[in-house]
Design a protein around this ligand. Sequence first.
Ligand SMILES: Nc1nc2c(c(=O)[nH]1)N[C@H]1C(S)=C(S)[C@@H](COP(=O)(O)O)O[C@H]1N2
Ligand SMILES: [Mo]
Length: 368
Amino acid sequence: MAQSRPARFRTVGDGSGVDRSGTFTPEEVALALRNRGMPLEGLRYPITPAGIHYLLIHFDIPEMDAASHRLRIGGLVEREMTLTLNEIKGRPAVTMPVTMECAGNGRALMSPRPVNQPWTSDAIGTAEWTGTPLAPLLGEAGLRPETADIVFTGADRGVQNEVLHDYQRSLTPAEATRDEVILAYEMNGHPLEPQHGFPVRLIVPGWYGMTSVKWLTSIEAVDHPFDGFQQAEAYRYQADPDDPGEPVSLIRPRALMIPPGIPDFMTRTRLLEGGAVTLKGRAWAGREQVARVEVSADGGKTWSEATLEEPVGRFAWRGWSFGWNAKPGTHTLSARATSAKGEMQPDEEWNIQGVGNNACQRVEVLVE
Ligand SMILES: Nc1nc2c(c(=O)[nH]1)N[C@H]1C(S)=C(S)[C@@H](COP(=O)(O)O)O[C@H]1N2
Ligand SMILES: [Mo]
């Protein structure tokens, strides 16, 4: 029987006219291989399977031993505490879905591109975290009134921008004692995997991911605003190197769509058949609720309302869908979210560290 020749498609960015001025450095490629994103088809799952949840590890995954692990709570407290993993697990437990996003998500889409972990728009995931609330523990330790900041230290250590440091972040007492802040030891019903912070990590729903310190070894109350590297130098919205800027904190609104149809291997341009297509995706706004999602099929000139599903959790994304009549030709699809506070995704964002880039996603499609 004669084999029919496979159909050939010429996709939009097939290499012929590609602008290579944005070529990534070997260091960025190496970082991207260590720190993977969630393939966007993973948006189909309300809870992201652990194996495709995004990962961000600044230094090395530290060697941790559950049996000998100790979490110290100290500094300006009435009663210092040292907890074993079993003691943490023996405390009241909560399980909650949390959408986590890296503050650098979208960095590689900025122009010019800040050189750092080169995320496109896939540094995202929603896991079900199990752990014990932090506030009662801090209550038992007894924070002294002069406490200004609470410093969380991970077991990993390295050099960034020539500064040698342990990975550390802080929260004010008001933020650290919010109900939803937990010390997590399970992800999706299983003990944390080494890369996700085994044996115990902080989870701070609503904040960008850098706040959720992995491989947690110590919690220390201090009488001044913590100014460690990851707190005071990294994660700032700065226009230029001399701009002190503002610290990055809560997750901004974002909607992403599952790229429809099938991809071209190299360019990821989408190929799909014309007719009625249901576009689907998820949207989140950190601590806020998503009030609306709109979809554009003409590169952002006109927008139409998508249908929203119930949120997966108080601090987790919600599904959306939109019926699109796909006509032959090339199209740029976009989705944008607006929070209940009226904050809408911008068309563009730029800052020198490449943080908080929630500019609308653009998906190029070729309809046959
Ligand atoms: N100790 C430690 N905690 C850390 C990090 C790290 O490098 N070291 N990376 C942070 C950043 S920037 C992010 S986005 C999240 C990523 O968590 P995940 O890898 O479990 O998705 O962990 C945060 N916690
Ligand atoms: Mo991050």
